[in-house]
Design a protein around this ligand. Structure first.
Ligand code: XMP
Length: 524
């Protein structure tokens, strides 16, 4: 790590729920950034970090409250660019001689504002290069308080109906403040604003995921020391990258547990073991517990019951194997940033349980383990790039998501070994078809579900009475909403013929054209 030199952009975090999105926007610009909670950033710490620029995040507090968070005073005399966002803008104003008022909930001229707004430009500003090409610019506002008097040296460069000081700048000192959130998708040209900021701050933009990997490895070593770590390996992208990263950081202090519940796809178990144990030399325990899972699932046809059984057994099995790993103090998990913020959304509101998702939540407390979550700051596409840097093959990194309960939720109704075998074969043919036609990477997820219906068919001169199956393929950004994939009729016809010819036990193929909502991606 010593050979890494880079300019640092410091994000002082005032507690906004979207601070990590700022970091993401900066990584997109190949800029190295560190997020530090405001409490930790004293004048001394600031001098030690010696950033090339600083971003002050938004936050839930009110700068009008006595004792509310502030940026360190020395920030204003360092001679470096500073960008304040929402709360960050407001504290910048308060600290530099302006005023902020508590928001009224409605009415014009500086009130609380939540949601989409339009910013009207006032004169050119380097920070907003590339904006306003189609008139006013859409932004996302989420603030109660507002600036009521701007600090000396600043000028207004943008206004919105409820934020007369939507964009403020002191261009001689390179201090900028925006009332809106440029880091969220609802500010469509927000990424451009960050690009402009890092450009005017003089960043070279040479920070890469390779460098990120080195830092992540260093952090893991610091956290774990010489202790042992257990990692649940599913073969999915997140757990695979987590395991590979930990292995690179701490070698044999890591033991992975691969729980094989007998609900995996064709050759999946052997592929995962071959890849991690044989090629990458990881210590992997192959917990072959198919009999246990399939035994308890026998006769169960209710989707939630099936999910609950699998979730419970998974934890029990994992615990059993993990207990045998002497001296383990940490549990590694491939938690991604969207998992961290899942419960926090701009639209808000508690959501009902559609499906009880299977995960290992609760395990660390139960087992008295501390968590290592090296992907917590990353998004899926970034995890894939990191996986690439770690030398994982593209075929692993680009895999479609596969649910924890596995084929159980693609086998509506009762699960039998015979149905699972048929399903594995059909799924393998379908995925082979998709790959052969070069469609795999265009599709978010594709799989076969075996239906709890037998239908009559005719093959050769004989009658058949076999299972029907449904093909599913969806496009999606995050799995929350999805559209069915518009295969050509030729593709569908060819695939149906192959499945019926090559898979004994299926004599009818259907294509599921339901989007989500109203459907879900999986059948159960
Ligand atoms: P649904 O079916 O809810 O699925 O539209 C959305 C995405 O989540 C996956 N999925 C799961 N993943 N444990 C997981 O790890 C689960 O219990 C689970 N259920 C659904 C599903 O495959 C899709 O990618």
């Amino acid at each position: 790590m010593d050979n890494i030199t880079h300019d640092t952009l410091l994000i002082i975090d005032f507690g906004s729920q979207v601070t990590q999105l700022i970091a993401r926007r900066l990584r997109e610009q190949n800029v190295y950034c560190e997020i530090h909670p405001y409490q930790n950033v004293t004048d001394t710490v600031l001098a030690e970090i010696n950033p090339k620029a600083v971003i002050l995040s938004g936050g839930p507090d009110s700068v009008t409250r006595d004792g509310s968070p502030r940026a360190p005073e020395s920030l204003w005399t360092m001679g470096i660019p500073v960008l304040g966002i929402c709360y960050g803008q407001q504290t910048m104003m308060m600290q530099l001689g302006g005023l902020v008022e508590g928001g009224k909930i409605s009415g014009g001229g500086g009130t609380a504002e939540f949601g989409r707004a339009k910013v009207t430009p006032k004169g050119a500003l380097d920070l907003l290069d590339g904006w306003f090409t189609d008139g006013d610019e859409q932004v996302w506002m989420s603030h109660g308080d507002h600036v009521s008097k701007i600090a000396p040296g600043f000028e207004v460069h943008g206004t919105s109906p409820n934020a007369p000081y939507a964009v403020l700048a002191d261009t001689s000192r390179h201090f900028y403040g925006v009332q809106f959130h440029p880091e969220v998708h609802h500010t469509p040209r927000g990424a451009k604003l960050y690009e402009n900021f890092v450009k005017l701050a003089g960043f070279a933009g040479d920070w890469t995921m390779d460098a990120y990997k080195d830092i992540a490895i260093e952090k893991i070593r610091e956290q774990v020391g010489d202790k042992k770590v257990i990692c649940g390996l599913s073969g999915g992208v997140d757990s695979s990258v987590t395991a590979a990263l930990l292995h690179e950081a701490i070698g044999d202090q890591l033991t992975c547990v691969f729980v094989d519940h007998g609900l995996l796809r064709k050759d999946e178990g052997t592929d995962v073991i071959a890849m991690f144990r044989d090629n990458m030399n990881l210590q992997v325990i192959h917990a072959d517990e198919a009999d246990l899972f399939l035994g308890e699932l026998e006769g169960q046809s209710d989707p939630e019951t099936k999910r609950k059984i699998i979730g419970r057994l998974f934890i029990e099995v994992f615990q059993k194997y993990a207990n045998d790993i002497e001296g383990a103090e940490f549990l590694a998990q491939g938690t991604l940033y969207p998992d961290v913020i899942e419960s926090v959304s701009f639209s808000g509101g508690p959501s009902v349980t559609i499906k009880s998702h299977h995960n290992v939540g609760g395990l660390p407390e139960k087992m008295g383990l501390k968590l290592v979550e090296p992907l917590r700051e990353l998004f899926k596409d970034e995890v894939r790039v990191l996986g690439h840097e770690l030398g994982l093959p593209a075929s692993f990194i680009g895999r479609h998501p596969f649910p924890g309960p596995g084929l159980a939720i693609r086998c509506p109704g009762e699960i039998t070994r015979q149905k699972l075998d048929i399903l594995r074969e059909a799924d393998a043919v379908y995925i082979d078809q998709i790959r052969k036609h070069g469609l795999y990477d265009e599709i978010w997820q594709a799989f076969v579900a075996i239906l709890p219906v037998r239908t009559v068919g005719v093959m050769g001169d004989g009658r058949t009475y076999d299972f029907a199956c449904a093909l599913r393929a969806v496009t999606s950004v995050d799995g929350m909403t999805a559209d069915y994939y518009p295969f050509s009729h030729d593709f569908l016809g060819e695939t149906a013929t192959r499945i019926i010819n090559e898979v004994a036990g299926i004599n009818r193929v259907t294509y599921d054209i339901t989007s989500k909502p109203p459907g879900t991606i999986e059948w159960e």
